[in-house]
Structure formats: C-alpha cells, structure tokens
Write a protein that binds this ligand. Structure first.
Ligand code: DGL
Length: 259
C-alpha cells in the first residue's frame, strides 16, 4: 500500500522518531509535520495541545495517511485518547519509557526529563504508578530545552548550563537511568554524555515506536510492498534550516507550509 505514514510533532524533535521508523520500515513513504510555529507544546494547556493535535491530524488525513505517529510525548499524553476516539486511522503514540527504566534500574532511582505538559498529564501519572512501584521517579521539567533545539542551539553553552542545572539534583540522588521523555531530547545525547557519568543508562522510546508501527501495519495488512525508493516529505510552518540540518538522504524534501 503506497499511502504514507503521517508523523507530527511540535517541531523538529519527532525527526528522532522518523529516523527509527525509516530504519525499520525502509519501504514506507512518510509525511512529517513540524509545528514549530507553535512550539513548545509543553508549556500549553491541555485544551491547546488537543486543538493543535487535531489540526495536525486533519492535515495528515487530507494527505491520505494510513497511520499517524504522534511523535511527541506532550501531544500523546494529552491528546491521543481523543484522537483514537474520533478518527478511524490507527495512531501510534510515544510516552516516557518508565517501564524499561523500572526494569533496568539497580539503584531503584530513575530520572525523567520531560515537558511540563507531559509530567502533569494523567497518562504519565498512571504509567508511573503502574510500572514504577517501589522505584523513586525523579521528575524534571526540561523548560527551555525545546526552544534551544528548535533554534539550532543544541550544542551550545546555554544548553550545557540548563542541562547541568536540571541533572545535578538527579545525580545527587544517584539515579542510574535517565529517561528522555521528549522526542527532541535524543538530539541532546552527545551533550548529556559530557555531563552525566557513563554508568547512567539513557533510555528513549524511539525504537519501540518504530517496532510498534511495524507491528500495527503488519496486523492490519497495511505494510508497503513498494519496490521503488521511498519518498519523505517534511513540512514546517517556521523556517526550514534547522529541520533541513536534521534530516537528509535520498528522496527527502523539506518545505515551508503554513498549515
Ligand atoms: N517533542 C515534544 C515532546 O516529545 C516537545 C514538546 C514541546 O514542544 O514542548 O514532548
């Protein structure tokens, strides 16, 4: 089936998920929406996040997408229940990987770096309650991180200052796992590795999302049998340069669109 997979995020962060999806599903076409004009979602109300998620979903459905990946923890934790209830297309979401961290930790202390919108959601609270019994989950809002990544300042002094401030309290408490609960944050891994000791495991959910996407498409008989090179269309409603710097390869097109 040639219909594309639709992917949206508040901005460029969901491209970390797109990369995993393309690796696992090389025959699929994709359309990616970077709603950077409205980033960060993490500081918005649940209602605003919901309205933006509906707007993105309707755009992707108009493009004929067969499945939508909500490549944003904030949108997933605040809007995916609504989206699943109101649209017939399958949705794959992403949530902070509390369960793998809870299974992995030896110190029984896990840090979660995520947006305010994710940390305050009931979905996040329910997941923590369910999977992290007996584990101390140290939550930290990554206020300001998404803005710096959106501005192309991932490898900057401001970024190091913010991350050090956010991570020091967790390091003092001897976490041994750090969950990246925002799809922008995998781009911080090189800087994080300078700041945190090597014995701390960094966990993100990108590969799990790709695996789940493949499983759902397979179960529904929607996997592409395309033998042509796949095509990847990216749209951003802000300037294209940061997005362009993160994605590349054959048949990748990045365009500005006021969606
Ligand atoms: N990539 C989004 C997430 O995973 C960032 C949210 C934001 O825009 O604040 O939560």
């Amino acid at each position: 089936m040639l219909a594309p997979i639709g992917i949206f995020d508040s901005g460029v962060g969901g491209t970390s998920i797109w990369k995993e999806v393309v690796k696992m599903l090389p025959h699929e076409n994709t359309i990616y929406l970077a709603d950077s004009a409205n980033a960060p979602y993490g500081e918005k109300s649940k209602e605003e996040i919901l309205q933006l998620s509906i707007k993105n979903t309707e755009f992707l459905l108009k493009q004929g997408c067969k499945l939508i990946i909500v490549a944003c923890n904030t949108a997933t934790t605040n809007a995916i229940d609504y989206l699943r209830a109101h649209y017939s297309v399958p949705f794959i979401g992403i949530e902070p990987a509390i369960k793998p961290a809870a299974l992995h930790t030896k110190t029984k202390k896990v840090g979660v770096l995520a947006t305010k919108g994710t940390l305050s959601s009931s979905l996040f609270h329910n997941t923590s309650k369910l999977f992290a019994e007996g584990i101390t989950v140290l939550e930290q809002e990554g206020k300001g991180l998404v803005e710096l990544i959106e501005a192309g300042k991932t490898d900057s002094r401001e970024m190091r200052t913010l991350l050090t401030k956010f991570l020091n309290p967790m390091l003092d408490q001897e976490i041994d796992c750090l969950v990246l609960g925002c799809t922008h944050y995998p781009y911080l891994i090189p800087v994080l590795k300078e700041i945190i000791p090597a014995n701390i495991t960094i966990i993100d959910s990108g590969e799990a999302v790709a695996r789940q996407t493949k499983a759902v498409l397979g179960n529904l008989g929607l996997l592409s049998e395309n033998q042509q090179p796949s095509v990847h269309q990216f749209y951003t409603n802000k300037e294209v340069s940061v997005l362009k710097s993160l994605v590349g390869g054959p048949n990748v097109e990045v365009s500005y669109l006021d969606f």
